[in-house]
Write a protein that binds this ligand. Structure first.
Ligand SMILES: [Zn+2]
Length: 374
C-alpha cells in the first residue's frame, strides 16, 4: 500500500511539474550580408521544431511561454524577414517568420558560457549560393584593376560575440567596427589603396571566413582591430600583435591567443579550425620568414604612430598564434587599440574624435610601412 501511495505521489508530482511551461527568455536577430541569424534563449530541454517553406520559417516550441519583458524583442524586419508573428495554440508557441523568398535554413544549439547564461537555439536563414556569389563577385570587378594595394580591415567580434565589455557597458565589437569603418574611409581617400571590411555591421563572421574574405578580395595586407581587456582597471595602452608560428610564451599573449581562438565557440559557428593543419600550411610557405618580417615592420610602424596620440602598453610588437592572423602570405597584424576594461580608455574608445585619431594613426603607420619598403 505504501508503495502505491509513493508511486502515486511520484506520478502526480511529475505530472504537475511537467505542466510547468518552459521559458523562452529572449530573442535576438543579426542581419549579415549573406544570412540573418535568429537566436532564442531557452531552457535546456525546451522542445522545438523548425519548418521551412517558400514563405515562412516556422519555429514551434512545446509548452513554452515568452516572458513579458522580452516579448517585444520577438518582432523584427530586414531584407530577408518581412515580419515575425507569434501564434499560440493550446500547447505550442509558434514563431512565424515571413520570408521574402526561399532560403536555406540551418540551426544548432549552444550551451551557456561565461557570456550567455541560457541555452541558445540559433536559426540561420541563409542566401542560396547563387545569391551569395552574385553579391561577392559584383563589387570585385570595378575600378580596382590598377595597381591598387588591397587592405582588408577586420573589425573584431560582432553579433552574438560582443568581445570585451567595458565598465560602462561599452561593447568591444561596436568600438572595433567604428574604428575599422573610419580606417577604411581614410584609406580609400588614397587612390593607390583600396580597403574592404570583413564585416560592415553587427553580425558574426567566423574567423575562418575572415581569412577566406582576405583571399577572395586578393588582399595584400590584413589589419584586425580589437580592444584589450584585463581584470585590473588600471592597465592601459595599445599593443600590436603579429603572427608567430609558435606563439608567445608570455601569459598575456597566451590568454589573448585563447580568447581569440575560442571566439568561434561564442559565435557558435562550425567546428574550430584544425590548428595543426593551418600551422602546416604556414610552415610549408616559403615566404613565411619574409612575411613575418613584414608583419613585424608593419606592427612597429603602427605602434610608432599610436605612441603619438596615447599610451602604449607594449612598445615592441607582440607575437601570438592567432588563428585570425594565419592568412597566407600577406603581412597581418592585430591592433589592440586600448584597454576597454580601463574606464578612462573606454571613454576614449567610444569617443568619435578619438576613434578618428586612432584610425588616422593606424593609417599613418601603414603609409610609413609602405614608404620603408620602397
Ligand atoms: Zn577582441
Amino acid at each position: 500500500m505504501r508503495y502505491w501511495i509513493s508511486l502515486f505521489i511520484t506520478i502526480f508530482a511529475s505530472f504537475t511539474y511537467g505542466d510547468d511551461k518552459t521559458s523562452l527568455y529572449d530573442f535576438r536577430y543579426w542581419s549579415a550580408p549573406d544570412h540573418t541569424r535568429i537566436v532564442i534563449d531557452k531552457e535546456e530541454d525546451t522542445l522545438f521544431n523548425i519548418k521551412n517553406t517558400d514563405d515562412y520559417v516556422i519555429i514551434s516550441f512545446d509548452d513554452a511561454e515568452v516572458l513579458s519583458e522580452t516579448f517585444s524583442n520577438i518582432f523584427f524586419k530586414d531584407n530577408r524577414i518581412q515580419k515575425v508573428r507569434i501564434k499560440r495554440d493550446k500547447n505550442t508557441i509558434k514563431l512565424i517568420v515571413h520570408i521574402s523568398r526561399k532560403f536555406k535554413v540551418k540551426h544548432f544549439t549552444l550551451e551557456p558560457n561565461a557570456k550567455y547564461r541560457y541555452h541558445r537555439l540559433v536559426v540561420d536563414i541563409i542566401d542560396s549560393e547563387s545569391q551569395v556569389t552574385r553579391k561577392i563577385t559584383k563589387p570585385d570587378t570595378p575600378h580596382s584593376s590598377r595597381n591598387q594595394k588591397i587592405i582588408l580591415v577586420d573589425a573584431g567580434h560582432g553579433g552574438e560575440d560582443s568581445g570585451a565589455v567595458g565598465k560602462n557597458k561599452s561593447l568591444e565589437k561596436d568600438v572595433n567596427l567604428a574604428i575599422s569603418k573610419k580606417l577604411v574611409s581614410i584609406i580609400n581617400q588614397n587612390k593607390d589603396l583600396k580597403a574592404f571590411l570583413t564585416r560592415s555591421g553587427d553580425y558574426y563572421v567566423p574567423l575562418t571566413k575572415r581569412i577566406t574574405i582576405a583571399q577572395k578580395q586578393k588582399a595584400t595586407m590584413f589589419i584586425s582591430i580589437h580592444a584589450d581587456s584585463v581584470e585590473s582597471v588600471s592597465a592601459k595602452g595599445a599593443s600590436v600583435y603579429t603572427l608567430s608560428e609558435k606563439g608567445n610564451n608570455s601569459k598575456l599573449a597566451k590568454q589573448l591567443e585563447e580568447s581569440q581562438n575560442v571566439v568561434d565557440q561564442f559565435g557558435g559557428v562550425e567546428t574550430v579550425i584544425d590548428n595543426d593543419q593551418f600551422l602546416k600550411s604556414i610552415l610549408t610557405d616559403y615566404s613565411r620568414k619574409d612575411r613575418e618580417m613584414q608583419s613585424f615592420q608593419l606592427a612597429q610602424a603602427i605602434i610608432l604612430q599610436l605612441d603619438k596620440i596615447g599610451p602604449i602598453h607594449k612598445k615592441i610588437p607582440q607575437k601570438a598564434n592567432f588563428v585570425v592572423l594565419k592568412s597566407p602570405s600577406i603581412p597581418s597584424v592585430l591592433v589592440e587599440t586600448a584597454f576597454i576594461s580601463n574606464p578612462t580608455q573606454e571613454k576614449r574608445l567610444t569617443n568619435k574624435r578619438q576613434q578618428q585619431k586612432i584610425a588616422e594613426s593606424i593609417y599613418q603607420g601603414i603609409m610609413n610601412y609602405y614608404r620603408n619598403l620602397d
